[in-house]
Write a protein of this length. Structure first.
Ligand SMILES: [Zn+2]
Length: 141
């Protein structure tokens, strides 16, 4: 999703990437920030990745911005933005802590089911896959 408007307009639960046009440090050509390589000279461009995460409804209007710096001092910076587009606070963590955070946020595996419950889960999955591929055709009468 391309979004250059103010944070106050972010209402979706989708993440929003902010893209801006900047100049390639190598050739000076204009390139969008989302590009990994310069389309004019093929130099690598991305030194920083930015992603916005709209808040839970209890913090409506706010957003979390996560900036990942890929330069000689790799780190991840978290900043809390209010609905006016102002940063309320920020903190940076080192790569190792960012990896630990990613592990913490990883979805937990569902509890393993056994016996007949596991067989029923498996059968439901097979049935759902068959119906989604359309391999079981029905004829209209
Ligand atoms: Zn270039």
């Amino acid at each position: 999703m391309l979004a250059t408007q103010k944070l106050g307009s972010i209402t979706s639960t989708d993440t929003v990437k902010l893209w801006a046009v900047q100049a390639c440090a190598h050739c000076g050509g204009g390139v969008e920030e989302r590009f990994r390589y310069c389309p004019w000279c093929a130099s690598p461009l991305r030194r920083k990745l930015v992603e916005f995460f709209p808040a839970h409804p209890r913090d409506a209007g706010k957003a979390l911005r996560v900036s990942r710096y890929l330069d000689e001092d790799p780190h991840v910076r978290f900043s809390v933005w209010d609905e006016t587009g102002r940063v309320e606070s920020a903190v940076s963590v080192e790569e190792a802590e960012a990896r630990r955070l990613a592990r913490f946020l990883r979805p937990r595996p569902s509890p393993r089911r056994h016996g007949i419950a596991a067989l029923l889960d498996y059968a439901a999955g097979v049935s759902a896959r068959r119906s989604s591929t359309g391999s079981r055709k029905t004829t209209s009468s």
